[in-house]
Structures are given as C-alpha cells and as structure tokens.
Design a protein around this ligand. Sequence first.
Ligand code: ZN
Length: 689
Amino acid sequence: MTPITTNHPVADVRDLWADGGVPAGPAQLALLAYRSNLLGRDRAVANFGGGNTSVKARETDHAGREIDVLWVKGSGSDLATITADGFTGLRLDEIEPLFGREAMSDADMVAYLARCQLDPAMPRSSIETLLHAFVPAPHVDHTHPDAINAITGSRDGERLARECFGDEVAWIPYVRPGFALARQIGAAVRERPGLRAVLMAKHGLVCWGETAEESYRRTIAVINQAARFVRERAGEPPGMAVPVDDEAADALLAGLLPVLRGAVASGHGKVLVVDRSPDVLEFACRTDAGELSQVGAACPDHLVHTKRTPLWIPYDPDRDDLDTLAARVRAGAEAFRDGEAAYFRANATSGELPADPNPRVVLIERVGAVTTGRDRRQALVSRDLFRRAVVVQRSATAIDSFVSLTDEESFAVEYWPLELYKLSLAPEPGELAGRVALITGAAGGIGGAVASRLAAAGAAIVGTDLDARQVEAEAPHGLLALPMDVTDEAAVHDAFRRATLEFGGVDIVVSSAGLASSAPITETSLELWETNYAVLARGYFLVAREAFRVLEAQASGGAIVFIASKNALVAGKGAAAYSSAKAAELHLARCLAEEGGAAGIRVNTVNPDAVLQGSRIWDSSWREERARTYGIGTDELEDFYRERSGLGVNVLPEDIAAAVLHFASDARSGKSTGNILNVDGGVTAAYPR
Ligand code: ZN
C-alpha cells in the first residue's frame, strides 16, 4: 500500500432536511423525531447514543388542562433511531423556576424531573434536560459534532472559537453535564440575544431555533463553518508510515486476535471487531499516534465505551514477528489493567465499583483498531465512538494541540451514577454473552436449533454447512454463515480463520455435520463406508484440531460438543458403516477431553436418537432404509420410535439444543468433560456404563 497523505482533517456534513419525508401537520413530536433522526444519521454530527433534542409545545394533560410541555430525549435512546415514544414530556412551568436556583445536586435534579413527567411510565429524561429547558427557544439541539469538538478539544479552543465565529457563539468552560452547566448555557443565551450557538469546552454544541428546520439547519451550518475553519487553519500533515496491506493484515490478525481476545478476557467472553476504515487506519499510521492516542478522551460521551485511551501496540512489520507482537499484546493488556486500577484508586471517593479494567480499543500501529465488547453490538459502539475520537484528535492537532478531559474529569463521567444508569438500560447480557460459537451442519434440523438456542443465550454464532445459503435461510439474527465441507482440510482452516477475523476467535464448537446410511454389511460399498468415515471421523477430527489451535492461542478454555448418536453406543443392525463411524467420533471426543483438560478445553458428546423433525438426514433414503429394517411404513417411524423409548416421547431438535447449551455453558457444566448425554427418550441399550 502507498503511504497515506491527508489534507482534510474534517469534512463538511450534509444538510438532509429537504431530502423528503418532513412530517406534515401539527404533530410536534413527529417533527422532533424526524429532526433527531436526521442529526443521528450522520455520526460526524451526533455520535451513537449521544446528543439530545427537544421541543416546547402546548399539550392537553390527563385532566384536560392546556399546559406547556418540554418534550426531550429520554435517557438511553439514540437520535438515529428514536421514535416519538423515546421522548419524555415534562411540565415546563414546574421546571422553569429552577433557573433561579444557585445549585442543585444530580440526585435532587433527577428526583425533581421525575415528578414533572406527564406520565411516570415515560423513560427517564436525558441527563442534559435542563439545558433544553433553560434555553428560551421552542426547538433546541445538543450534539457532539467532530468539527466543533476539534475546536472545543484544542488547547486554545476559546480563542479559536472566537476567530471562527466572532461574537456569534458563547464559550462555556468544561463542566460535567448537570444543573450548573445547564444554567450557564441558559444564562449565556438569555444575556446575548444575537447568539447563534453555544460551544462547550471538551464536549459539544448547542443550537436552537423558532422552528425545527431552523434549529436543524443552524446546527449543520455552524458545524460546516467550523469544518471549513479547521481545514483552512490546518498545519502541515503529520508524518505517516506505510499501512500494512489487507492481505498481510488478515494474515497477522488471524494469528493475533485469539491471543488478544484471551488477553482482554479476564474470565468473561469478549467479541472483537476489527476496524481498518480509512480514518482509523490513517490514525494508526501517524508517526505521532503513540503519543496522540494516549492523551485522553475527546468527549464525555465516548468514555464509557472507549475508556480514556486505547491500548497502543507498536508494530514494525519489518522487525516484529507474530510471537513478538503476541507478547507485546499480553504485556500491554496487563499494563493497561494496572493503569486502570491506579486510576480507580486515585479517583474513587464514594464506594464506586471498579469497571472492567480491560481496554475497549486496541490500536495496532500500521494495522488499525480492534474494539472489544461483551457482544458484537457493544464492540461496534466502541468502534463507532473511536472513529469519532480519531477525527476530533487529528483535527484538533491540525489546528492546535489536542486536550482531553483530565483523569479527574474522566472519572467523574465514567463512574457518574447518571451515566451508569444509561448503561443499565441495555438488556442483561445472556449467559453466553461474549462467547463465539461455531456450529457445523448448521443448515440441518439439529444444527439450526443449536444455533438458535446459543444465539438466544447471547453467543455470537458462526453457522457452517456445505451450502452457506441454506444456513442463512435459517439464520438467527446476526449469524455469520460460512460454507464449509468438514472433510476438506483447507475449507475447515479457512472457516475458522474467517470466524476469527470476524469475532476475534471461537469459544464453543458444536460438530453437528452428519449423514446416515443403512445397508447390510455384504451390500455396504467401499464408497459408502468411506463417506461415513470421511464426515463422521475425519471431519470431526479436522474441525476439532482447528478448534484446539484457536482455543489454545486464546488460553481461556473452551467447549467442544460432538453430536453423536445412540448408534455410537448400541450396535446398529444393518448400519455398520454409520454406527462404527459414530463410535469412532464418540471415542475421539473422549481422547480430546483427555488432551484438552490442562488447557481447560472441555469435550463432551450429546447422543440424540431418531430426531426426525427438520432433519435433512431423515429426508434422505435413510428414512426408507430404517423403515424397511423395522418392517414398517415410513409414516409409522415417528410412532415407532416414540413407543420404543422408555419415556414414550419423540425427541425434537430443541431437545438436543438444550443438551448442547448445557455442555457449551461453563456455568452449567464447567466441571464436566469426556461425558455423554443421551437425549433419546430413554433407550435401555444406550445407557452408558
Ligand atoms: Zn452532551
């Protein structure tokens, strides 16, 4: 790849108002949602979860009285996707007198605002509600735009703001959001009627208008004025190293990500996301990236998702091999945790609980960023916010030098109960949160049910089968579908590599790929024999070997589950090829349990019997062959198997999936390996002994 050159620290944002779809009619809330969505559509205007919007309107309350209402974004929503019911209505005449107060604690403010809600069932209003109430305009927008934060994050930001905007904007020094900040903003706007906007140091922008359109368009115009100013003022671009190209980066990351994943796990699963987008890759190539990336957070809003700084990993492709880099990652993660512990000790005052001390962003020189999360969604939020931080930091550096929140200011936001409340609104992580599960035979009845069950428990799912399109057709939300023939050594290697590049590694491997055949021994062709052994013995070996390689690199345990068969234990008459191959599979699991123990890798087997529903095996000639063996019609098979079982039940794919979840989950079976769990309705001959 050629070296990166940059002369455009920050780009203009587009005015989207007239793109169509402006809601007609008097409904102020619909218009507010529309305006909010436009602001959120461009993350250079409003980052994920950040910013808030409001409208002041006349409404009729529950008693039929006409009152003034402040509609403001509820806590925990995102402007890009918010709908009318994401806003909270507050009685404005009860809030306005607060402007006369000198001070108000966060707890008092939250309790007071809760009592002003039109309906207690509405979401808690944004922690920046009061700034909307105190700015005397019908429509108010507060955002954290890149171009504005380039100025507000500059050492000499106040002077630069004046040079860019003259007297048309007010400058408010950094204060944590809350009553005091809202009051200062309200006072600035009330004192100076000609004002167009308020800039908040190391934080963001407030604009307002008589109409929704005016407020939105002013936000966009002010951002673009700042963007032009930054481009005009930008000094010499920094020195740039040559980025590692895509192929070399993939080769490196396929080996490094499992190590990194293990290094930041601390007993939890983590999903990783690689970011080589142009802005982030360029940042990773700056010759000053090692220093600039370590200055601190660009905006209070980024902190809980990015922490103060990324973990910086220097990398020189000409000198460093994978082992060197892996050692650097392990040592770096440990040093990062030590740094977080020291930061916590230095700033904790009132019984706060330490947050996960692992990095959320790892920046690898010349390669890009890797973000981490308890699930993919969290890792993507960190990625998106780090992209914003990168643009702000490079732009501030282009016109001045970048200043971040201090450690004290950062701690006050990161451990602020009101910020933590926002996080608490996210759904509880499932028991497999942060775990990555790779399933073979995922297009089949059992494989598909396993994918759904593990996804519902919070795992990130990689579903593989001969035909990836069939996996996709049954896909639970968010599944990565990959083609994989388990008998093909290169294909197995490739699928694990792609899973690693997508999620950072693998924790749970469920081998469910299968086939079945039935024939008397004298009629069993060599081809039939070898097909059974290719899938059930060789295929299970190849998948398990690759799984072990990834799991050992992660060094954080793992669970392998084989789907075998009752026939692995019971001599199957007229199915010698299938049954003996299943027995080989079962014994392979026990051998691997023995071998994986020291690394915490558990290997267990689930033995289904006669799972006809949704099965592609049972749609094949196997159904007729089994029926013939038992001397019954194919439509009688289901009844036959039910009556044969001790419990008198049919076994369904969901029953197998529940057993797989048991073995996949450390919480349920963390001390079990080398086990067999029959899910067959009770077949005496298959009782293990
Ligand atoms: Zn804010």
